[in-house]
Design a protein around this ligand. Sequence first.
Ligand SMILES: O=c1[nH]c(=O)c2ncn([C@@H]3O[C@H](COP(=O)(O)OP(=O)(O)OP(=O)(O)O)[C@@H](O)[C@H]3O)c2[nH]1
Ligand SMILES: [Mg+2]
Length: 204
Amino acid sequence: MKVIGDKLVLATHNKGKLREIAELVAPFGIEVIGAEEAGLPEPEETGTTFIANAELKARQAADLSGHPALADDSGLCVDALGGDPGIRSARWAEDADGNRDFTRAMEKVETALQAKGDDTPRDAHFTCALSLAWPDGRIETFEGKVHGTLTWPPRGDKGFGYDPIFVPHDHDISFAEMDPAKKHAMSHRADAFRQLLDWLEAQR
Ligand SMILES: O=c1[nH]c(=O)c2ncn([C@@H]3O[C@H](COP(=O)(O)OP(=O)(O)OP(=O)(O)O)[C@@H](O)[C@H]3O)c2[nH]1
Ligand SMILES: [Mg+2]
């Protein structure tokens, strides 16, 4: 693909995301390198929006690696919790030592929802900002979403993160019970990726 070239850094340290993005990129025959493989540090996510954090991760990776870099900032936004955990979705899973445990993070979400009362709506969405940065300073960012409801207890062992409690609209199984190809066809990440592809197509 001409605008990208033949090498793309996937600027994420999250193995679940890395697997999903590599699968989305696979049909285009571009060689991908993960952030760890490229020896990139994990930047502090100081932005206050998904877009700002995706852009800072992509910019740092492109500058340090000298290759175009694609970064993803994403999270679960729960309506009744004012959009939390939102951009702090990874941090909600961390203990005092910074180790992540998503069983605990899902329990935190459920506890916060139950504290609001039995009739509290369980609507939620995932957001994903994908940012593509080039070493020459160009940057393009796209934001995708998928809406659904939260189920309890967690169901399924596929996917990653909060997938076991998220049931997308018009479905009755969680993202973690779904065949990965099916999640890829409808996820927030797939939505953002489709917009990125449309933009790339228009550049040719
Ligand atoms: O169930 C899920 N299904 C998904 O499809 C999904 N996408 C994102 N998330 C969660 O949202 C946070 C992102 O945080 P985040 O963007 O900072 O990523 P991260 O810190 O894990 O890696 P990096 O890309 O920053 O290196 C992390 O907690 C993820 O588990 C998801 N959870
Ligand atoms: Mg992160």
